[in-house]
Design a protein around this ligand. Structure first.
Ligand code: ARG
Length: 400
């Protein structure tokens, strides 16, 4: 029986050429799988047909939008997942769900190998391959751009020679990856890290310098998940989409960072993630109201590790699973409403209310009705500061 290879297919030039290129190089049959993670753009049925026209024996579209929002973006929201405190893990989150569908297709169609279009310099190759082998240890991986010398010029030549139904002249100056959680833009003139991004870099966000009137929004959370916007029930996917639209109109969520790739390279990345950044801002503030102090402090450290594991392609690793369980357990009381003003590039929290919060007006107030026993503070401070005071006294003694 002819060997079969499942290819992660985007519909673009490289993966369209890869269908025939892999078949020629290996003699295998290629099954193209495109996964919808809310990237928008071209109609996926057109993409499916293109895969068949380029020589795929089967082509398959997986609609993973709700699954991606619920099982990948929501855990990231619960963690307030930001790599290097800034990057909301846009591409890092989509790889594991794409991997899941590639593996399912490999089993369904009896394939032995999974192929992807990544280069040998980035994080995504690691996420795909570590992801695939950590859920299906028997599958092999291959990357035609990296392993079969499929360069851009050869791809154009191949597409023209075989009259593949794909545009070869339109050269986008950037490498772009996008999904409902955000958009990543790299390469081109952005590789000079002193160059400011130009207007054409952005697509999910309008220029924050010329915003429309301020937009007030109330987001309702239940156990850390957005369940309503302005009182109207929403699914996680709808919550992200609506905040992308409203946050994007105000130019919220533009990020420009030199980040540390897993392979050791520092790279300049521009992101736009309006919905993700609005939701994280709101969620974080609700946690401030609802999570006990020590738990909150500890969780911030866990969240940083969580983001690094996800960034580094360890979505299915034992540590990541255990941290998920911890993070989930912190969300039990994260319920309530957060009001924000979206305006000119910023999402500013202006109010919060919760039935399960720990904020106690009577403890906090400086007005009448104070229930806090201020006389207890003196003794507390004396004992709390005792060790530091002893150490300072020793310094004074030794110096004096
Ligand atoms: N640097 C980001 C990450 O590793 C984005 C990668 C996006 N990929 C791309 N082909 N533009 O998560």
């Amino acid at each position: 029986m002819t060997e079969r290879i499942v290819l992660a297919y985007s519909g673009g030039l490289d993966t369209s050429v890869a269908i025939g290129w892999i078949a020629d190089a290996t003699g295998a049959e290629v099954i193209a799988v495109a996964v919808d993670v809310g990237q928008g753009g071209e109609d996926l049925e057109v993409i499916r047909q293109r895969a068949l026209d380029c020589g795929a024996v089967e082509a398959y579209i997986a609609d993973a939008r709700d699954e991606f929002a619920e099982e990948y973006c929501m855990p990231a929201l619960k963690a307030n997942g930001l790599y290097q405190d800034k990057y909301p893990l846009v591409s890092s989150l989509s790889r594991p769900v794409i991997v899941k569908h590639l593996v399912a297709a490999a089993l369904k169609f009896g394939a032995t190998t999974v192929a992807h279009g990544c280069t040998g310099k980035g994080n995504d190759q690691v996420r795909f391959e570590v992801g695939i082998t950590s859920i299906a240890p028997g599958l092999k991986c291959i990357a035609p751009v990296r392993d079969l010398a499929l360069t851009r010029d050869k791809a154009i030549e191949y597409a023209e020679k075989h009259s593949l139904p794909i545009e070869t002249t339109k050269k986008n100056p950037f490498s772009i990856d996008q999904n409902v959680w955000g958009r990543a833009i790299e390469t081109g003139f952005l590789e000079d890290i002193w160059n400011a991004p130009t207007k054409d870099v952005y697509n999910y966000t309008d220029d924050p310098a010329f915003p429309p009137v301020p937009d007030e929004v109330i987001i309702t959370f239940a156990k850390g998940i957005p369940v309503a916007i302005d009182g109207k029930p929403v699914t996680p996917l709808q919550a992200i989409e609506e905040m992308n639209r409203r946050g994007g109109a105000q130019g919220i969520g533009r990020i420009d960072i030199v980040e540390d790739r897993l392979v050791g390279i520092k790279s300049r990345e521009v992101y736009e993630a309006p919905g993700a950044m609005v939701l994280i801002e709101a969620h974080r503030e609700l946690e401030n109201v609802c999570i006990e102090r020590e738990l909150g402090r500890y969780k911030r450290g866990v969240a940083q590790k969580w983001a690094e594991l996800v960034y580094d392609g360890m979505w299915s690793s034992p540590l990541k699973h255990s941290l998920d369980a911890f993070i989930d357990s912190t969300q039990d009381h994260v319920n309530g409403d957060v009001r924000l003003e979206l305006h000119g590039g910023r999402a500013t929290v202006t109010g919060r209310r919760s039935e399960t919060g720990l904020y106690d007006f009577n403890l906090a107030t400086y007005d009448e009705g104070d229930t806090f026993d201020q006389s207890a503070a003196r003794g507390f401070i004396e004992i709390y500061g005792l060790a530091a005071k002893q150490a300072a006294a020793r310094e004074a003694r030794l110096q004096g």
